[in-house]
Structures are given as C-alpha cells and as structure tokens.
Design a protein around this ligand. Structure first.
Ligand code: SF4
Length: 295
C-alpha cells in the first residue's frame, strides 16, 4: 500500500519513452526546478497524515521524472521527519549523473530505476531521451549511485516487441543490469496503453525465457500491476477520475481499491464513459479507462 506523490506537472520528464502510459510529451525537460512548491506538497502531506495516514511507502514518482524537482532531498527529509513511513522513488535514472540528485536519493529507503537499453541507439529507440543525454554517462550515473546508496535498489527493465526483445539485445541489458548490483530486477512489458499505439508487448513465454538472463534476483512483474487499497469502502467517482488522469486504470484496479465486485467496478466505469468523462482503450486484451482529454 503506497501513497503516491506527484512532484512535477503531468509528463515533465527527461525521457519520452515509447511505452509511457502518460502519453507523448511535446518536449523533454532536463532543467531541475521547484515545479510544485515544496510548501504545498508538505501541507498536503501533513493533511493526509492527520486524516488517513496508512501506507507502507510514500512513493515519489507518478506524472514524470521526480528528480527534476530540485527539492526532492528536502521532501524525503520532511517525510522522514513527520512519519515513520518509508520513502520510495521511481526514477528513469537519467539525472543520477548529477551529484546533488545522487545525494538526495541516498536519503530514500527504496529507489527503483528504469533500465531498458544497452547503448545510445537502443536508448533512443526505447526511451527517446533529451538530446543531451548519452548512454555511457547515464549508465555510469546509475553505477555511481549504487556504490553510494545503502538502501534497497530495484531495476525495472521494460521489454518491447521488435525494439529491445532480441535475445542478443536482452543479454547485453542483463549483463549491464547485473553489474549494477540491484537487490531486485523486475522485467516488464507493455501492459497498460502506451504513448505510441503501435508499441506491442512480448509474450509471457518469451518473458519467461528472457528473465533467466538476469539471474536469481530477477522476476516478471507484467500482469501483476493491481493497485491495492483499504478493503471494502464506497466507490468514490472523483477519486477514480483523479487516478485515471494519472494513468489508465482497469476495472480490476477499482475492485482492489474499493473491495467491490468486477461488475460494480465495470458499471461505474461504463457510467463515467457514458457521461463523457472517461474513454475506453483496449491494450493486451484488457480494457483500460483514461480521462477524455488524454491522448
Ligand atoms: S515512462 Fe517514466 S521515464 Fe519514461 S517518459 Fe514516461 S514518465 Fe518519463
């Protein structure tokens, strides 16, 4: 159970990954700034603590690259100062070349880094990074971070059909991933609707073969991404819409969040489609719902 904190406006990111569920961004961003005032985040967090504080992790990530927020280290200190809840950061790793980012993330309890390429060309194909980002420094930044970070580090490797799924390509990614020495390596593929509709998942059978290349700490996480909530409670439409704004959701996610049946969840989602609030998208044989103005 995790409380997500979005630290940057929607799709503020140094990458423009082809599999991104937030859609395509008009441009990539590498400038660090206080995109959302730290005081506002702190006030919301204090309010949440006072009302419903129940989570095993506070997760910094969500709508873009959280290390672009210049106050991420201060926010981690603030969360640790106000609560005993652990802090996780989801990052694409591209800013780990910056010492201030590395020092800030060293304050977290868990850092999960995306790592799906093995050279400049593969990085361009799968992650479409900002023009100033090149593979060797990106990789060395991750290695430097691992050396100084004492917490738990996970890597997420995203495999896309026809882009980085050849055995020879995945072997190179695996060799580099193993050298990083993460505590856990998670293999994922296209499950939620991606930025580019032509982007396809690899089969489960292929994932089972590929995961063997990454050694004993590796696991497949595709198909496991069900949000979990607090058990049976009333379905809150505004909460569903707020979630669908951040990423596409399924009836199963609504079930897990409210402890309702799949029929109840689907009924609510279909009603929101009929009201013109949500739209339906099919991906990997599963129906996902997004807010209407999202591409
Ligand atoms: S998947 Fe993550 S790293 Fe890639 S573009 Fe989307 S927000 Fe950025």
């Amino acid at each position: 159970m995790s409380l997500g904190i979005d630290m940057v406006p929607m799709k503020t990111c140094s990458f423009n990954c082809i599999f991104c569920q937030l859609g395509c961004a008009p441009k990539t961003i590498v400038v660090r700034d206080e995109y959302v005032p730290l005081g506002e985040i702190a006030d919301e967090f204090r309010d949440w603590l006072a009302h419903s504080a129940s989570a095993s992790y506070i997760t910094l990530g969500g709508s873009g690259e959280p290390t672009l927020h210049s106050g991420i280290g201060k926010l981690i200190d603030l969360i640790h100062g106000l609560s005993s809840i652990k802090v996780a950061v989801l990052t694409n790793g591209s800013l780990l070349t910056d010492e201030d980012v590395r020092l800030s993330l060293c304050k977290a309890d868990l850092v999960k880094v995306s790592f799906s390429a093995f050279d400049d060309e593969s990085l361009r194909k799968i992650n479409s990074p900002d023009v100033g980002i090149e593979f060797n420094s990106y990789y060395n930044g991750i290695l430097d971070f691992r050396r100084s970070f004492k917490g738990e580090m996970w890597l997420e490797v995203f495999i896309v059909q026809g882009v980085n799924d050849k055995q020879s390509e995945v072997s190179k990614i695996a060799k580099m991933a193993i050298k990083i020495g993460a505590d856990r390596i998670q293999l994922n593929t296209v499950v939620r609707p991606p930025a580019n509709e032509g982007v396809k998942p690899v089969s489960h059978e292929q994932m089972l073969e590929l995961v063997k290349l990454f050694g004993s700490t590796a696991e497949i996480i595709a198909d496991q991404q069900v949000m979990t909530g607090l058990g049976k409670r009333g379905i809150d439409e505004s909460e569903i819409v707020a979630m669908a704004k951040r990423h596409p959701i399924r009836a199963l996610d609504v079930c897990a969040l409210y402890g309702c049946t799949e029929d109840e969840a689907s009924g609510k989602l279909v009603a929101l489609v009929e009201q013109g609030v949500l739209s339906r998208h099919l991906a990997s044989g599963t129906c996902y719902y997004k807010v209407m103005d999202q591409k």
